[in-house]
Write a protein that binds this ligand. Structure first.
Ligand code: ATP
Length: 260
């Protein structure tokens, strides 16, 4: 379980990106985080794996106090959390398989690092991950010969090879066309359901968020202004998330427990 307790994040330039964040996300949930540009979505998900440090409150993941982790502990913790980016973050001039094997580099002994040799077990894990996202046949193809959707699948396979408990996805379909976006979202859904991996996705495409996620977290000006089932999101809720300003000390929405 991921728990935010009174979390606040203020950047060095004094921008308060998150405030009063109190939330719990259970194991195996598929959560989409939506809101205007600059609302704090990326900051929210990046605090979970310590890409950003919070400035107040606590984040607890499966009993681990994330803010208290140091050095090696952070690296061990991050192995359980996959991260998918809009830009795929792949080495495009090498093969798909090598890109997936990169996820094992921190685990290699020094001589294997120097020689670039992976174990048989690691190769099997990497190939299995490629199979799970349907691109096993591309294992020996150079990444720059793949489409955007296929490249995002390589990134997803690289994350799966890590055997994560949680996947954080920061705008994973923002640079894909609508058809490919759907295919990648289908992959995410299958992985979430079949492997019981928690999925927290920051996404601008509202219809996709509503179609694929079970739960929607709406962020506005660094605060959670909606937290509820995707099936219960109405036009009014979207207006609340996307329009106007949050008046200090108010919630604007009354009477519905799903609204914060
Ligand atoms: N490294 C940083 N240093 C200072 N301010 C930052 C930094 N990163 C983000 N911010 C600010 O924090 C606020 C929240 O940014 P964040 O990137 O979390 O929003 P977002 O909802 O993900 O936006 P987008 O949809 O455009 O990616 C914004 O005002 C942004 O300018």
């Amino acid at each position: 379980m991921i728990e935010f307790i009174d979390v606040e994040k203020t950047y060095a330039n004094n921008v308060k990106a998150l405030q009063n964040i109190n939330i719990k996300i259970d194991k195996g949930e598929f959560v989409a985080v939506i809101g205007l540009s600059g609302a704090g979505k990326s900051t929210f998900i990046r605090c979970i794996n310590r890409m950003h440090d919070i400035t107040q409150g606590e984040i607890i993941v499966d009993g681990i106090q994330v803010g208290a982790l140091k050095g090696e502990q952070i690296r061990t913790y991050r192995k359980r959390i996959g991260m998918i980016f809009q830009s795929f973050n792949l080495v495009t001039r090498t093969t798909v398989l090598k890109n997936v094997l990169v996820s094992f580099v921190p685990e290699l002994s020094l001589w294997r690092k120097v020689t670039g040799l992976f174990t048989k077990e690691q190769k099997i894990k990497a190939l299995t991950a490629l199979d799970q996202v349907g691109i096993l046949d591309k294992a020996y193809v150079r990444v720059d010969q793949l489409s955007g959707g296929q490249q995002q699948r390589v990134a997803l396979a690289r994350t799966l090879a890590q055997n994560p408990d949680i996947i954080l996805a920061d705008e994973p379909i923002a640079s894909l066309d609508p058809v490919t976006s759907k295919q990648v979202m289908d992959d995410f859904r299958r992985i979430n359901q079949d492997m019981n991996i928690s999925l927290i996705m920051n996404i601008h495409h509202v219809e996709m968020a509503l179609e694929y996620a079970e739960r929607i977290i709406g962020v506005r000006e660094g605060q959670i202004v909606y937290d509820g089932k995707a099936s219960e999101v109405t036009e009014e809720v979207l207006d609340h998330i996307y329009k106007g300003k949050v008046a200090e000390g108010t919630t604007e929405f009354e009477g519905k427990h799903a609204y914060v």
